[in-house]
Design a protein around this ligand. Structure first.
Ligand code: ADP
Length: 609
């Protein structure tokens, strides 16, 4: 029975304890049925022959259970007699220089030519389908005191075949268990890492630490992201989450090695004090941290290496298994993809911040300029008005009229710009009060009356005979309905009809402004609510306009937590539908309860002709 000096305890690391029980049963069966006092069943784990089942006197257990190098049997197998496909026998007399490498089980010698010699070696080699040794069954101290006869040899061979199947099953099962465990851990990790709510790269790294050390039974993890200024892009923690500070040289060396590993699609198993080609500082650092081995895995996506992760283990932990190494390599891809997303999100956020600043600056500039223009404009308008009262020559009157039109138009642009700047300014949130949309609509109809009469346009008002009250800003809601109705009048040819209807729903009031005017093409409808947008329709362009009216409408609707939609057909007419909620959420909320629904709708028709 092989023995040497290393001192590991239970190094199988198998998660399924039932596998060992089955093998113990096998060893007991061999001992009992074939007739040996001592039986040991060993398996090959990471190039070591590890005893997993033992039957025999307790005083030998310790010797037998010491693991040995997997090739310890090679010299015996080279010279042993083949008793069957698995069973080999080496008589004491043929030992030669091998004597002394084996535990000798003291035994009373019987007086027979076939007497068992304590130095005899009887072992069955267990192999996988490729002929690679996966374990061995050694027997000693035959109960008969003699070397086994043909019947016993045959029995031993058959039990060895069974043991071989049991060992292979145990390995397959363990591999499956490990794969499942790693896949599950990886899935959890990736799920956690790609949660959209995670705000930053650092959060991604933080959330992966737990599943990583748990899934790999690691004593710690270190993830480092290349090419980032993000302070959270270097995340080294012990199992319990305590931070580990690494020397700059270690980080530098790892940054150097990672791209090469990614290019070769491989990982690096570093064994403290042994792995050649690494600077001393790495080995020193491992020693200082009490680590025996590190699994270094590159992280990346496509061609690009994005960083690396290192999983660590201590002296008492088992070495990395091939399954673990392979799962870690795959996780390098999964985590790489998550990092890619996080990094893209991060730069997107930075871009949004920049755009926001730019937008703030633009709004500020527009607001300031509009304010600055307002005063000189008022002076010009005032003087023009005074001039108008004087008796002017015909030519001067024409100039006066042109200047008045120009200043009116400028005033409209400045007013619209100021309004847009005001309603877009987040520093001036809405302070809603109850606003009756019926009153507002009647005022608006009054205001556009002259323009509508000039074009012989009928304005129909359809309003339910109830309070049509929403929470909001009265001047903004006035501007909202005013813009829609004046547009409808402006873009409807002579003799047309504009219908404004207001309906009370369970949660909202719906305002519809419909006309049978020039309409808007489907392409033009897409940019309709953007600032300074004017359609491509020459009929529409013939009318003076700033392109700010609908942008103001959309912004006001948004501030009132409502919605606005458009339905239109070129040449047939347009309907704008605005829905305004009866109650606001969050900071805009006002006390509900000021709405008192009344009975059925009536139709008010205002014919302006
Ligand atoms: P403008 O000052 O040009 O009227 P708006 O923002 O109010 O600016 O409208 C943007 C464009 O949408 C207008 O130039 C016009 O082409 C089109 N439009 C708006 N309302 C109507 C409507 N009721 N019918 C047809 N076209 C419209």
């Amino acid at each position: 029975m092989p023995t040497s000096d290393p001192s590991h305890a239970d190094p199988t690391g198998w998660s399924d304890s039932s596998a060992r029980s089955v093998l113990q049963l096998m060893a007991e069966s061999v001992a009992e049925m074939v007739g040996f006092e001592v039986t040991a069943l060993s398996v090959v784990i990471d190039d070591e022959l590890v005893t997993v089942a033992y039957v025999g006197p307790e005083e030998y257990r310790e010797y037998v259970e010491r693991p040995d190098s997997a090739d310890v049997l090679d010299p015996v197998l080279a010279v042993a007699e083949r008793w069957g496909p698995r069973v080999r026998f080496l008589a004491a007399a043929d030992h030669g220089e091998l004597a002394g490498h084996w535990v000798e089980f003291e035994q009373q010698r019987v007086d027979h030519p076939d007497a068992w010699d304590p130095q005899d070696v009887l072992v069955a080699v267990l192999s996988d389908d490729d002929g690679v040794m996966v374990g061995a069954v050694s027997v000693d101290r035959p109960l008969s005191g003699r070397r086994p006869d043909a019947v016993q040899r045959d029995l031993l061979e058959r039990y060895a075949a069974q043991a071989e199947r049991a060992v292979l099953n145990a390995f397959e099962r363990e591999e499956l268990v490990q794969q499942v465990a790693h896949a599950e851990s990886a899935r959890r990790m990736i799920r956690a890492a790609s949660m959209p709510a995670l705000p930053s790269l650092e959060a991604v790294l933080r959330s992966t630490h737990g599943p990583l050390v748990e899934g790999f039974a690691a004593s710690g993890s270190w993830i480092h992201v290349l090419d980032t200024d993000c302070p959270g892009g270097n995340y080294a923690r012990q199992h319990d989450g305590e931070m580990v500070t690494l020397p700059a040289e270690v980080i530098e060396e790892s940054r150097r090695v990672a791209p090469r590993l990614w290019r070769d699609q491989t990982v690096l198993v570093v064994v403290a004090g042994e792995t050649p080609g690494l600077p001393d500082v790495i080995h020193r650092q491992l020693h200082e941290l009490g680590l025996s081995t590190v699994l270094a895995v590159p992280l990346g996506a496509g061609e690009e290496c994005l960083g690396f992760m290192a999983l660590t283990r201590r002296e008492q932990d088992p070495p990395w298994s091939p399954v673990e190494i392979d799962s870690a390599r795959q996780i390098g891809h999964d985590l790489g993809a998550s990092l890619m997303t996080a990094r893209a999100l991060e730069s997107e956020r930075a871009l949004v911040r920049e755009l926001k600043q730019l937008d703030d600056y633009r709004s500020q500039l527009i607001a300031t300029m509009s304010h600055e223009l307002r005063t000189p404009l008022a002076v010009i308008a005032g003087n023009l008005e005074m001039l108008g009262t004087l008796e002017l020559e015909t030519v001067a009157m024409m100039h006066h009229a042109a200047m008045t039109r120009g200043s009116d138009r400028m005033k409209k642009v400045v007013d619209d710009l100021l309004m847009l700047a005001r309603v877009s300014n987040p520093r001036y949130p809405l302070s809603p009060v109850p606003v009756d949309l019926r009153d507002i609509t009647l005022e608006v109809a009054d205001l556009v009356d002259t323009a509508a009469r000039a074009k012989d346009i009928t304005i129909e008002l359809v309003m339910e005979p109830t309070d049509l009250v929403v929470p909001g800003d009265p001047s903004e809601l006035d501007r909202l309905i005013g813009n829609l109705v004046s547009n409808a009048v402006k873009y409807t040819p002579d003799g047309g009809t504009v219908t404004v209807s207001i309906a009370l729903g369970p949660d909202e009031i719906v305002v519809r402004v419909a006309d049978n005017g020039i309409g808007i093409s489907a392409e033009d409808q897409t940019g309709l609510f953007g600032a300074f947008f004017r359609t491509t329709n020459p009929e529409a362009l013939a009318q003076s306009g700033t392109g700010l009216g609908l942008a103001i409408v959309a912004t006001i609707v948004e501030r009132h937590e409502g919605s606005v939609t458009v339905e239109s057909e070129l040449g047939a007419g347009t309907t704008f539908t605005v829905a305004l909620p009866l109650v606001h959420s969050g900071q805009n909320a006002v006390e509900p309860g000021f709405i008192t629904p009344r009975s059925a709708a009536t139709r008010t028709s205002v014919q302006i002709a």
